[in-house]
Design a binder for this molecule. Structure first.
Ligand code: NAD
Ligand code: UDP
Length: 319
């Protein structure tokens, strides 16, 4: 049985990765310090013999007894309000946390795949974004703590590959959504659905003409699974190229939820990227991957999930 360590296991993406690798018959070790994650996302795995959980901050030395075949390094705050609240931890997990994961991969002769992000392209001047684009990031702006941590993460991962011959994969993830997102994580989809469920107006930032391209979580997990099992080492974009303005997205959520609330406009946060859309030609060519779930279907599943939460959770913005 192959053994895999998943950092950030109690988070949105980490928990879906745990499910997938358990389903594929792996021995899964989840690790998380719960700074933005929630044990509820993985508690269904606790009774399983092939699942183990360590509550550990990976910016400290990581000790795993026994052999390890793979590491999926997904620990990091990921939503703008999270990394604005905990900027130093964000930098530390991207830098020291990644360094520890790479050291562990080297010691165990394990393959490591790191979660990078479309944010390495910053507010992009090339559209759609290809992996060859170097990006447009304001290192000292509010998002710099996340963007530069992720750029450093890519650099140190590539250095371990070229210098120490560690086997690596780098996935640049574009906006992903699905069940287990936190309703109060500030990202646009839980923000809009949460507002609709609480009977509040939907807050569009700026004039809503900025674009994003939303990928359903199952599609992303499939892309990551394929990348891990490929022998490609350079960064690969995984995302759904179906681009939409935030204003149109708000209208879709109004239709989906049937809310009678209206759209209200708030200031656009500083350095909020104006456009974002992945070019996925590389993923198609190398992994034979493309997204299968369209937004209508993915939003419906996600809405059902949020609706099923207890009302006190939906109302609790500190959850
Ligand atoms: P999330 O906040 O739900 O999950 C991150 C997890 O990492 C949390 O459970 C948190 O407690 C844990 N964590 C943070 N710092 C830690 C530390 N020092 N030690 C141990 N655990 C720690 O976020 P997510 O959306 O699941 O994102 C997971 C990864 O994917 C992140 O690396 C993020 O940058 C990347 N990513 C996500 C998206 C997206 O759309 N969700 C897009 C691009 C990149
Ligand atoms: N956004 C918005 N209203 C909200 C939350 C977000 O209009 O209540 C906008 C935000 O300004 C950005 C887009 O939605 O342009 C996506 O934001 P999110 O935080 O989900 O992700 P990111 O900016 O990291 O892509």
């Amino acid at each position: 049985m192959k053994r895999i360590l998943i950092t950030g296991a109690a988070g949105f993406l980490g928990s879906h990765l745990c499910d997938r690798f358990i389903k594929e018959g792996y021995n899964v070790i989840g690790m998380d310090n719960l700074i933005t994650g929630d044990l509820k996302n993985i508690e269904h795995l606790f009774p399983l013999e092939n699942f183990k959980f360590y509550n550990h901050d990976i910016t400290n030395f990581i000790h795993i007894p026994g052999d390890l075949d793979y590491i999926l390094h997904f620990a990091s705050p990921a939503s703008p309000i999270d990394y604005l609240k905990i900027p130093i931890q964000t930098l530390k997990v991207g830098a020291n946390g990644t360094h520890n994961c790479l050291g562990l991969a080297k010691a165990k002769n394990a393959k490591i795949l790191i979660a990078s992000t479309s944010e390495v392209y910053g507010d992009p001047l090339v559209h759609p974004q290809t992996e060859e684009y170097y990006g447009n990031v304001n290192s000292v702006g509010p998002r710099g703590v996340y963007d530069e941590a992720k750029r450093y993460q890519e650099a140190i991962t590539m250095a371990y590959h070229t210098f120490h011959k560690v086997d690596i994969g780098i996935v640049r993830i574009f906006n992903t959504y699905g069940p287990r997102m936190r309703l109060n994580d500030g990202r646009v989809l839980p923000a809009f659905i949460g507002q609709a469920l609480r009977g509040e107006d939907l807050t569009v930032f700026g004039d809503g003409s900025q674009t994003r391209s939303f990928c359903y979580v199952d599609d992303l997990i499939e892309g990551i699974y394929r990348l891990l099992h490929s022998n490609y080492h350079a960064p690969v974009n995984i995302g759904n190229p179906d681009e939409i303005t935030i204003l149109d997205f708000a209208k879709e959520i109004i239709e989906l939820t049937g809310t009678t609330q209206k759209i209200v406009y708030k200031d656009l946060p500083k350095d909020d990227p104006l456009k974002r859309q992945p070019n996925i030609e590389k993923a198609k060519r190398i992994l034979g991957w493309e997204p299968k779930v369209d937004r209508k279907e993915g939003l419906q599943i996600t809405y059902e999930y949020f609706k099923s939460l207890p009302m006190n959770v939906i109302r609790d913005l500190n959850h």
